[in-house]
Design a protein around this ligand. Structure first.
Ligand SMILES: [Zn+2]
Length: 568
């Protein structure tokens, strides 16, 4: 009898213990209560509270229910009604470049020649002789008078420092005489394919302005930053991202030295210092490398993955190198340029075909209507040849489209990866460049959605600000930055607030094949979320650009808390 009772106790003991353990599992690491959670999930669009266990969302629901998951070690935050969104996913950045730009010369807001020269002078004085002055992000369209800068402006203030500062669209640089000398550029140097060395029409001398492929003649002489300098840039970029609620970024690592950037991310991953998930693109020229590895998109884990391949079909609008069917309205002799990666003819199609066979995702930069048409046409014929597959092809910028191309985005299921800030920025001068008619289907976000395309939103940082709230503001108001379109520039293309947030969250996740893991707030998904200081759904749309992030959580970890940071 006694033995039998003991046996009974022993046999039920594991059941009792597992029940206890189960109860233990149901205690959350962190709970956020009394919030206003917009989930991006149609089945449960709003919730009041969330419980996080490990890196994932354990439960989402009413505060009273979530409170039951609080244990002795649970971190509890009362949000006091604040709005919570899924963490922002930025589908187009040059992330490490952005990190470098945070500490380089700032020319983005310069409106006069005098100020331009003064800032170069100040920077040159900060640096050692021979050190390069780079980045800058100047915008001659906002200078009075509107004129491209020239090397003569800055030669006298930077005699011992080579200068190679970019226009914010990265398609034009200004080089000083020292940099041109290092690049071996003289009056007799011919412009390379896909680029231009601008020469003075009177003297024949280079003016210092280099476009697209010509930029590399100077850039290739810039010494590589050390790994330590790169890590510092990446850390600065990550800090900037978490302060803005950006929990995932797509890094369009266009440069030939992308391996060094990837090395930095691996280093930070190993040290547990990544506070944003990185989805990393490799230049399409290197497709053979991924082919040999038999790498399939996406490769990696939730923190660091190799996305696939990034290529270029043309240049940019500001530099008049975006490739159009019709000439530019302000220059009847110019219809733009195809990018160097389009040569020799047929190479882009060959690479895209190979990528498709390899199962690699591709993201192709196309700005002008003709560049978009060419890429869509290639996509269409590859799909016809190779049959259906979940490809998630992307076109980056998809800026100027004819109605027939807009339709094709939907039909082929091509993701339009667009950056709303460019619309309110370029909207200041796009009409002068390409005329009213083409502008009707420029940055045609709403038409793309209506055509059934997925709209992935991003910033293009450092070309534009990284702040997704500025991107959302731009998408829903389309108010140009010069204040001249208070009702919105081509207002019929405005997105609704929900559409814009989805573009920076769930549709961003779709763009990287990870909508099952993130992009919305749902039980079992990664706990990537952001708490804002104002409710976007309750304020006037103009105010969205001033909203700030109070709290950023990535994988269940609080990576930014404004109440604890020095910067309040
Ligand atoms: Zn870009």
């Amino acid at each position: 009898m006694r033995i039998a009772r003991w046996l009974l106790i022993l046999s039920v003991l594991p059941l009792i213990m597992s029940a206890c353990q189960k109860a233990g599992d149901d205690v959350a690491d962190t709970v956020l209560l009394n919030g206003s959670f917009w989930t991006a999930e149609p089945s449960q669009p709003w919730a009041e509270a969330v419980a996080v266990d490990g890196e994932r969302i354990l439960r989402l629901g009413r505060t009273a229910d979530i409170k039951k998951l609080v244990g002795t070690k649970t971190r509890v935050k009362d949000l006091g009604g604040a709005l919570v969104l899924p963490g922002f996913i930025d589908c187009h950045t040059h992330f490490l470049k952005g990190g470098f730009s945070l500490s380089s010369i700032q020319l983005r807001d310069v409106t006069s020649r005098e100020e331009f020269v003064r800032r170069v002078e100040v920077k040159a004085q900060e640096l050692e002789d021979g050190e390069w002055i780079l980045e800058g992000n100047w915008d001659h369209e906002q200078m009075t008078p509107v004129e491209l800068p020239r090397k003569e402006w800055i030669d006298a203030v930077s005699p011992k420092n080579p200068v190679c500062v970019s226009r914010y669209d990265l398609h034009i640089v200004l080089a000083n005489s020292r940099a041109l000398e290092i690049g071996g550029i003289t009056r007799s140097t011919k412009s390379p394919d896909g680029g231009e060395i601008q020469k003075d029409p009177v003297t024949g001398e280079p003016t210092g302005i280099l476009r697209d492929a010509a930029i590399d003649l100077v850039m290739r002489h810039i010494p590589e930053p050390s790994i330590k300098t790169r890590v510092k840039a990446a850390e600065a970029a990550l800090r900037h991202a978490r302060e803005l609620g950006v929990t995932s970024v797509h890094d369009m690592a266009d440069a030939s030295n992308y391996g060094a950037s990837f090395e930095v991310y691996q280093e930070l991953l190993k040290e547990g210092k990544l506070t944003a998930r990185i989805y990393f693109y490799i230049p399409i020229d290197d497709i053979d490398f991924l082919d040999k590895l038999r790498l399939k998109s996406p490769y990696g884990n939730g923190w660091l993955s190799i996305a696939g391949l990034k290529g270029f079909a043309d240049g940019g609008l500001g530099a008049s190198t975006a490739y159009f069917f019709e000439p530019y309205s302000d220059n009847p002799k110019n219809s733009g340029l195809l990018a160097p990666q389009m040569f020799p003819e047929g190479i882009m199609e060959k690479r895209l075909e190979q990528a498709d066979k390899d199962g690699l995702q591709v993201a192709i930069h196309a700005i002008g209507d003709r560049a978009n048409a060419i890429i869509l046409d290639i996509f269409k014929s590859i799909a016809a040849r190779n049959g259906p597959r979940d490809r998630r092809w992307r076109i980056e910028h998809a800026q100027h489209l004819r109605p027939e191309e807009i339709k094709l985005f939907g039909e082929l299921g091509v993701i339009a990866s667009v950056q709303p800030f460019h619309a309110i920025d370029d909207g200041r001068w796009a009409e002068a460049k390409i005329g009213m008619e083409r502008c009707r289907t420029t940055y045609a976000f709403k038409s793309l959605l209506d055509a059934g395309a997925t709209l992935a939103l991003g910033s293009d940082w450092p070309v534009a600000p990284l702040n997704p709230l500025i991107g959302i503001y731009a998408a829903v108001t389309r108010q140009t930055t010069d204040g001249k379109n208070p009702g919105g520039w081509f207002p019929e293309q405005k997105l609704s607030l929900e559409e814009a947030i989805k573009g920076f969250t769930l549709d961003g996740a779709k763009t990287e094949f990870s909508e099952g893991e993130k992009g919305s707030l749902a039980e079992g998904k990664l706990a990537d979320l952001v708490v804002l200081d104002q409710n976007l759904f309750e304020i006037t749309l103009e105010k969205i650009k001033d909203v700030r992030v109070n709290l950023t959580i990535v994988g269940g970890k609080i990576v930014y808390d404004r109440t604890e940071s020095a910067d309040k």
